[in-house]
Design a protein around this ligand. Structure first.
Ligand code: BG6
Length: 301
């Protein structure tokens, strides 16, 4: 649907509007008490959350490409039904098919938590030879004082299905070398930069000093990004999401990525919540799984 049609069906004067984004994409724009949020319908991808009177929390690459079928570098790509490379099919797209799929906006609701937009995607909209399961997914994004995201996946098959998923959130930071991620101490992680070796997080804060691509397993429900230079702590509370991925490509790879580049790579960190690797979801026939994350910001002295 084009922006005008969506505005006619769902628009709320002064609070919810629709606009084109880049070449041929459409986004919802939410404005509420000084807060601005945006979601691009392709991938149901949150691309902006600027809480009232605060710095942007979500990173968007200045070099990102907004075009049909292209993954957007920044915001909150929705990863489903596999994470990273497909386990058996090299030709399958990285990170599944949901992030570039045409999600449908199905509902808008105003409540105490803010303004909620619900999107749907199902087997009839998009499927893949690499994961041909009959599924139905619903994704609700609530923009308010916090940013809340909740993905529910229904298995419509007569047998169990297995999938991976993630809210691949890019956070804006003062300087990647000066921030730390708390809440992961003592956890096992798969180091994708070191031959998938399994290691244990010893230090209380994950501090990045080189390319980092770590998939933490069985993580607690609360993690935070400590950013003293910007005087803030970004808190990520989740449920139904057992894995946490910490990623930054660092100087060489970051500069070589055409949709990121130098110095943009320095201003971001991905702290992703989901269920991947050992934490993949096994969903019984006719049942549903939900994962949610809530992001909020605290001032620190
Ligand atoms: C992370 C993966 O989640 O996403 C990394 O762990 C990957 O391995 C990164 O490089 C970015 O992926 P993409 O497909 O968006 O370039």
């Amino acid at each position: 649907m084009v922006a005008e049609q969506l505005a006619a069906e769902f628009g709320i004067a002064g609070k919810l509007d629709f606009a084109t984004a880049g070449k041929g994409l459409v986004k919802a724009v939410v404005s509420l008490d000084g807060m601005t949020g945006e979601v691009v319908l392709q991938g149901a991808q949150v691309t902006r959350w600027d809480p009232a009177g605060k710095r942007p929390v979500i990173f968007m690459s200045p070099n990102s490409v907004f075009a049909p079928g292209t993954a957007i570098r920044g915001g909150v790509p929705l990863i489903f039904p596999w994470f990273g490379p497909h386990r058996t099919a090299k030709e399958a797209p990285q990170h599944g098919f949901a992030r570039t799929a045409p999600w449908r906006l199905t509902g808008v609701e105003q409540g105490a938590g803010g303004l909620a937009l619900t999107f749907a995607l199902a087997f009839d909209d998009i499927s893949s030879p690499f994961w041909p399961e009959p599924y139905r997914a619903a994704y609700t994004v609530t923009f308010g004082r916090a940013l809340s995201m909740s993905l529910s996946v229904q298995n419509r098959a007569k047998q169990p299905v297995v999938f991976e998923e993630a809210l691949h959130t890019y956070f804006a930071v003062s300087d990647i070398a000066k921030v730390g991620v708390s809440g992961l101490a003592g956890r096992t992680y798969i180091d994708k930069t070191d031959g998938m070796r399994r290691k244990t997080q010893q230090e209380p804060l994950v501090i990045l000093a080189k390319e980092t691509d770590s998939l933490y397993l069985d993580t607690p429900s609360s993690r935070a990004i400590e950013d003293p230079d910007w005087g803030r702590r970004i808190v990520i509370d989740s449920s139904g999401a057992a894995s946490t991925v910490v990623w930054n490509p660092w100087a060489e790879k970051g500069a070589a990525m055409r949709d990121l580049g130098d110095p943009a790579w320095r201003g971001m960190i991905c702290v992703e919540n989901g269920n991947a690797a050992d934490n993949e979801v096994r969903l019984a026939a006719d049942s549903e799984h939900t994962m949610s994350a809530q992001i909020s910001v605290d001032a620190i002295g």
